[in-house]
Ligand binder design. Structure first.
Ligand code: UD1
Length: 339
């Protein structure tokens, strides 16, 4: 039996596939490669010694999915495939609602046809919105995210809760990620953003490798210890391991399980930059810039529930995250391109 991983060639998906294969699980990747490279499959094989099945396929296409479910023995799905650029979602809300909502609907419909009723869903801390105080806890009311991207996460969570209400045989895990950074310690897989990175760590990494001149720090007048925004950064390998634990939990009993996957620790933008410089020895020139619209001063997880229920907690430090990001970026200055 195999685990279907949609978006398995992407940043978090690829790291999760590695953890699954290392535990001896069979994996089927479905990815349309709209924001990922097929080279990832080779890299996963290089790391694990095993090659997952791979289908270049859009999850929205139900007939395409059906033919995969006919060929493969799928026992559960992990659904990563989605559009994820916050700023772009403000510019193109229709595309985000259509792709992210249609893909989950398509996937669960085909899963149900094949009587596969276990799913882990990639959600985000953005579902807590702007009004809940940190640390965020799973039993807080879902808020109003500031972007269509965030709204699609709220909606997909709700769709999955409603599916469970309609059919109690489903076993569903909603994983709310905080800020994943870092890369596999081999340096063979990592984050490969297209164009100018929107997120902090990929931008730092591109400054470090000489692709960008300096980092803009968006705001130094927040009510935080040094004035810059505070986030809960989590190493992508810790995050990937959280998926494996969440998947195991689905075998215990049908239900909807919701977990924060974060460290519980806040780190400011300046602290992250200074740690990166200290760990790598590479200077990161930066300039203070105006606040970015929609940013919150500070948020981080209460990660107690994942520890109690899944026996999962983060193990890697901010230093590990910086070292592994730099290892990946320096070995792959252009990501998966031209290699
Ligand atoms: C963003 C998304 C969030 C998504 C997450 C994925 C927004 C508003 N939120 O979170 O919905 O789930 O990515 O990881 O985009 N920063 C700089 N300079 C930069 C880039 C970022 O100073 O060039 C700062 C930001 O102002 C922020 C912090 O770094 O304070 C982290 O930013 P980022 O990595 O984009 O993550 P979030 O905004 O927390």
């Amino acid at each position: 039996m195999s685990i279907l991983v949609t978006g398995g060639c992407g940043y978090i998906g690829s790291h999760t596939v590695v953890e699954l294969l290392n535990l001896g699980k069979e994996v089927v990747i479905v990815d349309d490669l709209s924001n990922a490279s097929a080279k990832v499959v080779d890299r996963i094989e290089e790391i694990t010694g095993k090659r997952p099945s791979f289908y270049q396929q859009d999850v929205v296409d139900k007939d395409g999915l059906r033919s995969i479910f006919k060929k493969e023995q799928i026992e559960a799905s992990i659904h990563f495939a989605a559009f994820k650029a916050v700023g772009e979602s403000v510019q193109k809300p229709g595309a985000y609602y259509e792709n992210n909502i249609m893909s989950i609907l398509s996937l669960v419909e085909v899963m149900a046809e094949f009587d596969v009723k276990k799913i882990v869903f990639s959600s985000s801390a953005t579902v807590y919105g702007s009004l809940n105080p940190s640390p965020y806890k799973e039993d807080m009311p879902v808020g109003v995210p500031t972007s269509p991207y965030g709204q699609t996460k709220v909606m997909c969570e709700q769709i999955l809760r409603d599916i469970y209400i309609s059919d109690n045989n489903w076993s569903i895990s909603l994983l709310r990620y905080f800020n994943p950074i870092g890369a596999h310690e081999s340096g063979l897989i990592g984050e490969d953003p297209s164009g100018i990175p929107n997120n902090l760590m990929p931008f730092i990494a591109q400054v470090a490798v000489g692709k960008r001149e300096f980092l803009n720090i968006f705001g130094d007048d927040y009510e935080t210890q040094d004035g810059t925004c505070v986030r809960d950064y989590i190493h992508v390998v810790d995050l990937a391991k959280g998926h494996v634990k969440a998947l195991d939990k689905l075998n215990q009993a049908p239900d909807v399980y919701t977990y924060n996957l974060g460290s519980g620790q806040g780190t400011s933008v300046l602290e992250l930059v200074h740690t990166f410089v200290a760990v790598t020895g590479v200077d990161i020139p930066y300039k203070m810039a105006p606040r970015r619209a929609g940013d919150l001063a500070s948020f981080y997880a209460n990660a107690d529930k994942a520890l109690a229920d899944l026996n999962w907690k983060t193990e890697k430090s901010i230093e590990d995250m910086c070292r592994d990001t730099w290892n990946w970026q320096s070995k792959n200055p252009n990501g998966y391109e031209n290699q």
